[in-house]
Design a protein around this ligand. Structure first.
Ligand SMILES: [Zn+2]
Length: 150
């Protein structure tokens, strides 16, 4: 899964502020727990603080009891990557955006192969929904495919 490849570039700085070791994988349980509860943000520079706040705002706003270990952050991140592509950004631009906005490092090549996999999955869904006569789903899927591959 693409979220597992996302590294948090500012992780070492957060580690210093927190005073204990944290992983640099942005969606690792220990990382998510650290940024949701255990870090004093006042020790971080303004840029990094804003990136963490944006990360929390965009990926960690759910009401699940197991939050942040409920799976929603990863799903929201995957959705965000697809949305950025559908907004017209290519894989290089998505990579640059993620770094700037969230301090997330993700290689353009990984983003590209993720988008290709997504298209293959959507094509399979489209085929099945067409065969099953699920016209609305088939059209919706086709629209997403077009917006990703253009
Ligand atoms: Zn959740």
């Amino acid at each position: 899964m693409i979220a597992a490849k996302a590294k948090f570039r500012g992780a070492r700085k957060i580690e210093k502020a927190a005073g204990f070791r944290i992983p640099d994988s942005a969606f690792h349980p220990a990382f998510l727990e650290a940024i949701t509860s255990q870090v004093n943000f006042n020790y971080l520079d303004a840029t990094l603080r804003n990136q963490i706040l944006q990360f929390l705002h965009d990926f960690l706003r759910c009401e699940c009891r197991e939050r942040p270990l409920c799976g929603c952050p990863e799903k929201k991140f995957v959705t965000k990557v697809i949305e950025l592509r559908e907004d017209g950004l290519d894989h290089h631009e998505i990579s640059a955006f993620l770094l700037d906005e969230y301090s997330i490092d993700l290689y353009p090549a990984d983003i590209l192969s993720f988008l290709e996999d997504t298209v293959h999955m959507l094509e399979a869904i489209e085929d099945i929904s067409r065969l099953q006569g699920e016209k609305a789903l088939s059209q919706k899927t086709e629209k997403h495919i077009r917006e990703i591959v253009r």
